[in-house]
Design a protein around this ligand. Structure first.
Ligand code: GRF
Length: 198
């Protein structure tokens, strides 16, 4: 039985698209069952539609400060889709410990830094400001500590003279698109050993 995968997005959804495309391989151990966005204008929703994956929206703005209400609304969509694995892919809301507990050990996230360096926002800026020679992305298990769950995979690339936060973000994306599908494939087979890609 293929593992059922729900993908949560907030924006362009290029990582989501890479994940969905990778699961199209006939012998893949997982299948996409839902793309859920917290913004009605998330560009990735069009891509998911074009790729034939069911989509849903839970607009966080409708809930104001009521994070529990927002998560309950997301949960309704997720319960219906019954995923085995939830992939956060550019999902820009922090999930409560209660939500994370509910799917314990089954939520993955991609983060644009070589964790444990630079959890949180502005990772490209921080790597540049620190004068780092390398930058990269990590896929990790989501726990209730932000960007601090066990690392399942990492990909790195050199920082070049003249790089800006923008050029780094742009150059990193294709690396993310290589890393995340690879980690998901292994994870769906039950392999949680760490993968390091150059
Ligand atoms: C990626 O860089 C991801 O690592 C970060 O946000 C970006 C999302 O891009 N969390 P996309 O929506 O997958 O194109």
């Amino acid at each position: 039985m293929k593992k059922r995968v729900a993908i949560l997005i907030s924006g362009g959804g290029s990582n989501m698209a890479a994940l969905v495309r990778s699961m199209a391989a006939p012998d893949h151990p997982a299948q996409p069952v839902l793309v859920l966005a917290n913004r009605p204008d998330a560009g990735g929703l069009h891509i998911a539609n074009a790729l034939g994956v069911p989509t849903a929206i839970t607009d966080h703005k409708e809930f104001g400060d009521d994070r529990a209400g927002f998560e309950r609304a997301m949960l309704r969509h997720l319960t219906e889709a019954a995923p085995d694995i939830i992939c956060l892919a550019g999902f820009m809301r922090i999930l409560s410990p209660i939500f994370v507990e509910q799917w314990r050990g089954g939520i993955l996230n991609i983060h644009p830094s070589l964790l444990p360096k630079y959890p949180g926002l502005y990772t490209h800026e921080r790597a540049l400001a620190a004068g780092d020679a390398a930058h990269g992305a990590s896929v990790h298990l989501v726990t209730s500590n932000l960007d601090a769950g066990p690392i399942l995979g990492q990909i790195s690339m050199p920082i070049l003279p003249g790089d800006t936060a923008y050029s780094l973000a742009l150059r990193l994306l294709p690396h993310e698109h290589r890393l995340y599908p690879e980690v998901l494939y292994r994870f769906a087979l039950g392999d949680q050993s760490r993968l390091d890609l150059p």
